[in-house]
Design a protein around this ligand. Structure first.
Ligand code: CA
Length: 237
């Protein structure tokens, strides 16, 4: 995964550890050690894709910086993960009051943090413009008109099924976990009813008929719309 991560943390050895680990994962990093320099670093171009924010900084608290960043147009939507030494602060930090996206309690494993970062970045991704091809093998999709044809025959999809199908097609070749689909298609918090996803994918496949082969199941992971139209025998129905 790529992206620029801003680390706002005054423990320099932790900063060095994070920089090393995140750069190894393919991220770029920028760092600041105070609330003031953190604010500047967050609002400097190129804008960071995510901010790791320590709760206790020498010139103030990370929660205040978080609130300031949420009030600023440029950083209103930037994902923020708080790093806190006190688990009792967590409710406030990720709650409405401060507006962070997630948190880790010190001492945390860098591996765990990297996973959280990726999860948060993936959640924020759906703002990218989806590209749904109008034709894909046996499928024809009219995104504007919400219509689908399979082998030239129109099939009626519910709004939800249509959203599920177009989300999968737009991200073809990329695995979509049930949590990601719940978040992006249903708009609900991940982790509660992942079975819903399986039920709807089953229905979607039924309607897709011969085109159902494009929707692959990755056992224990999620679903993937095939990247390329698979070869089918000449003259196949
Ligand atoms: Ca600190």
């Amino acid at each position: 995964m790529s992206g620029l991560i801003l680390i706002v943390e005054d423990e320099l050895d932790l900063v060095a550890t994070l920089e090393f680990a995140l750069e190894r994962e393919g991220f770029q990093t920028r760092s600041a050690t105070t609330v003031d320099t953190g604010f500047t670093a967050a609002t400097t171009s190129p804008a960071p894709d995510l901010i790791l924010l320590d709760l206790m900084l020498p010139d103030g608290s990370g929660t205040n910086l978080c609130k300031r960043l949420r009030a600023e147009a440029a950083t209103r939507e930037t994902p923020i993960i708080m790093m806190t030494a006190k688990s009792e602060e967590v409710d406030r930090v990720v709650g409405f009051e401060v507006g962070a996206d997630d948190y880790v309690v010190k001492p945390f494993s860098v591996r765990e943090l990297a996973l959280r970062i990726k999860a948060v970045l993936r959640r924020r991704k759906p703002t990218e413009a989806p590209t749904v091809p109008s034709r894909f093998g046996r499928l024809r999709v009219d995104t504007g008109g919400h219509r689908v044809w399979i082998d030239g025959q129109e099939v009626v999809f519910t709004a939800l099924e249509f959203r599920l199908l177009t989300t999968l097609i737009a991200r073809r070749g990329r695995v979509q976990t049930r949590d990601v689909l719940l978040n992006d298609v249903w708009g609900v918090q991940p982790g509660i009813t992942t079975r819903t996803v399986d039920t709807h994918v089953r229905r979607l496949r039924k309607k897709l008929g011969a085109a159902a082969i494009y929707v692959e199941t990755l056992r224990g992971v999620g679903y993937r719309f095939t990247a390329e139209v698979p070869d089918e025998k000449e003259g196949a129905p």
